[in-house]
Ligand binder design. Structure first.
Ligand code: FE2
Length: 243
């Protein structure tokens, strides 16, 4: 698995914080990305035609018109194991998180590996659209799950609109909050980062093509919290297919 490591301190003044933003490359992503486009289109169709009013649901601070983002906790792309490539993709996500946890966090992977829960949604950005600066911290989790040992987020780039776009990761330090690290979006790249890091995207400037991505949150609850996690939204356990 090819890994592209970017440490935020190397690119700007992040006051000595070392924040790893790491991209994992999915090999031969053509079939996977084709299936992901179909899944995202199908789910979007459902919300546009059946749950029309859900466009007024919160959008996680992204200010996007994508109805999928307004329903990010209502569906999980990783449920769609009837598509041949999704099981393999889940394993890839698990292996990537395993590497990130082992290399960049103080957690021991053997304590966490079998209980990584992931929420995975789609974002489909049309002409002029972009995701405003946001974090993936959840007020619901803050209220109900006061101790979650790990919370890592990620994005997976499915399809480019035909020109370069970037995700920008911002400094967590108040004094230089406007400093950011730009990461060029590449098809087949899964980029993992701590959930507290603010980020946004540059705009889709194509008049004809959509920009397709997945957003993800991963947590590792204590056994007694697992039930609350499942009740909270539509998390799936990453390694459940191996049973
Ligand atoms: Fe995000």
């Amino acid at each position: 698995m090819k890994i592209i490591e970017t440490i935020m301190e190397e690119n700007s003044i992040f006051c000595g914080y070392r924040i790893p933003v790491v991209s994992y490359v999915y090999e031969d992503p053509d079939e996977l990305n084709k299936e992901l486009v179909s899944i995202v289109d199908e789910i979007e169709d459902f919300y546009l035609n059946v749950k029309t009013e859900s466009i007024s649901n919160p959008d996680g601070g992204t200010n996007t018109t994508s109805i999928l983002t307004h329903n990010f906790w209502k569906f999980n792309i990783l449920d769609r194991t009837e598509y041949s490539s999704i099981k393999k993709f889940k394993k890839f996500i698990g292996d990537s998180y395993q590497h990130y946890i082992e290399k960049y966090t103080p957690l021991k992977f053997e304590d966490t590996s079998k209980d990584i829960y992931v929420q995975c949604w789609g974002n489909k950005l049309g002409k002029f659209d972009y995701l405003d600066k946001h974090t993936h911290s959840s007020t619901l989790f803050n209220q109900h799950l006061y101790h979650v040992p790990m919370e890592l987020s990620a994005n997976y780039f499915i399809k480019s609109p035909g020109h370069d776009t970037y995700t920008r990761f911002y400094s967590p330090v108040i004094l230089n909050k406007q400093d950011y690290l730009p990461v060029k979006n590449k098809e087949g790249h899964l980029t993992i980062f701590p959930s507290f890091v603010e980020h946004d995207t540059t705009a889709n400037r194509s008049p004809n093509n959509y920009r397709y991505t997945l957003g993800m949150d991963a947590i590792n609850p204590n056994p007694e919290q697992a039930e609350s996690v499942l009740a909270h939204s539509t998390y799936v356990k990453l390694y459940e297919d191996e049973k």
